[in-house]
Every structure is written in structure tokens, then in C-alpha cells.
Design a protein around this ligand. Sequence first.
Ligand SMILES: [Zn+2]
Ligand SMILES: [Zn+2]
Length: 255
Amino acid sequence: MRVASPPAGATSLRSRVRTMLAAGVDLLFPPACATCGKGGNRICPSCAQLVTPVPDTICMQCGRVQATRRATCPQCQAAGPSPLHRVRAAALHTTPLREWIHLLKYEDRPDLAPDLARYLAAALALPDWDGVRQSIDAVVPVPLHAQRRRERGYNQSELLAAALCRRSGLALAPDLLERQKETRAQVGLGALERQANVAGAFAARPAAAGRHVLLIDDVYTTGATLRACAQALHEAGATQVSALTLALPDHHEAA
Ligand SMILES: [Zn+2]
Ligand SMILES: [Zn+2]
């Protein structure tokens, strides 16, 4: 279902229309599991069980997996203050979650977003994020550049953020942040190249001032994109920026 990119502000209406259309289509053509093909759900309960949650040894600040449980990893201790208050992923970027994210991003399956957002909602509800969750004022998806959004027909992070907000009652603010310049895809770039690639790519609106913003993205790789977004939000006066992503690559381990 490809639709032209809507004007700013039409997002929630479009996502409501999508939900209604999806519900109608489900009555006529019951969905099948995106992985095993079993009828009844886009993601069936048996495939959902194969998703690997992030281990509880993640760094409390950056969300990266550590060999042993410590509050903050050596990288965070060495790096000093970060524009990101707290970061975490919901699950490891392994089968079948990796395939679902690929379908969502590259195979025109925006209908998977509500099922995938369940993992975001579950991660947000974990006890170690109690203080974070309670102070969030606005949920902001990592924006795609307008041209890429037109090509894809939607921003997958925005669909995830919208579905998370419907589940959790948090406020969606997709217009707080915009991508000012087209950047190369981050895939295949090293950490420093990623940082240079996204530097200055984002700008935040003054409405971000005084807010604790929760950024939403699909995959958390080096965090360069999230940091560039957080920087822009702080420049606009945001008080805190945290980030929640669906998946963390499993090779992504700190010492
Ligand atoms: Zn299945
Ligand atoms: Zn860390």
C-alpha cells in the first residue's frame, strides 16, 4: 500500500485511515504470519517467541551489551556527557526480528509496524526505565529525508512511533525534528564515518524546548544518528532526550 507523502500534520489522520483500512482488509483476507505463513496473525505467537530480548547486562546509559552487569560500560565512562540520557533496544537484531524489520523497511510491509511496536511498548515498560517513561513528554521518530520517504511511501520509524503511542498513551510529535540533508545510507560505514555522515543532518523545532523527548528508530547500530538527532533537539532547548529502538545488532558488544 504505497501512498504519497502527506503534508505535515496529516500523519495521525493517515495512520488512523491505515489502521481502519487494515482492519477492513483483515476481515476480507485474514493475515498470514510474515515468517511461517500460518494464518491468523501477521506475526504468529510461535514466531514471536523466537525474538531474543536484549540481555540484562546492558549498559544502563547506552544500552549496549556488556559481558558482565555494570551500571555504565567503559565506553560511556570514557566518553563523558552524551546528548542521550538513556538508550535501549527492545531485542537483538536476530532472526526473525531482523527479517521483519527488513520487510517493514524494504518490502513495502508497513502493516507489520503495529505488531512490531509491541516490543517497543514492552521495553518501555521494563522497571529499569520507570523514571524515564514517566517523564517523557513527546515521542519523535527519527526522520527520513523527504525524498527517501516519497520513494518508500512512509517512514518506518514514524509508523513504529505512532503504534507505540497508540499502545502506551504517549504523545506523538513527528514534526519536532526534520532531516535537513540527504545522507548516505549508514550501512557499511565505520563509527567515525557514520558520525561525519549525519553531522548537521537534523534540525529541531522550537516546540522541543523544555521537553523530554523519546526518539524512536528501527535499528541501533553505532548510535551516530540518534546522537545527531539528540544534539539538534538540545539545541532547540529539549531538557532530555532518550531513545528506544526495536533492535540491537548482536555483534554490538562492549568489553
Ligand atoms: Zn509464524
Ligand atoms: Zn554504555
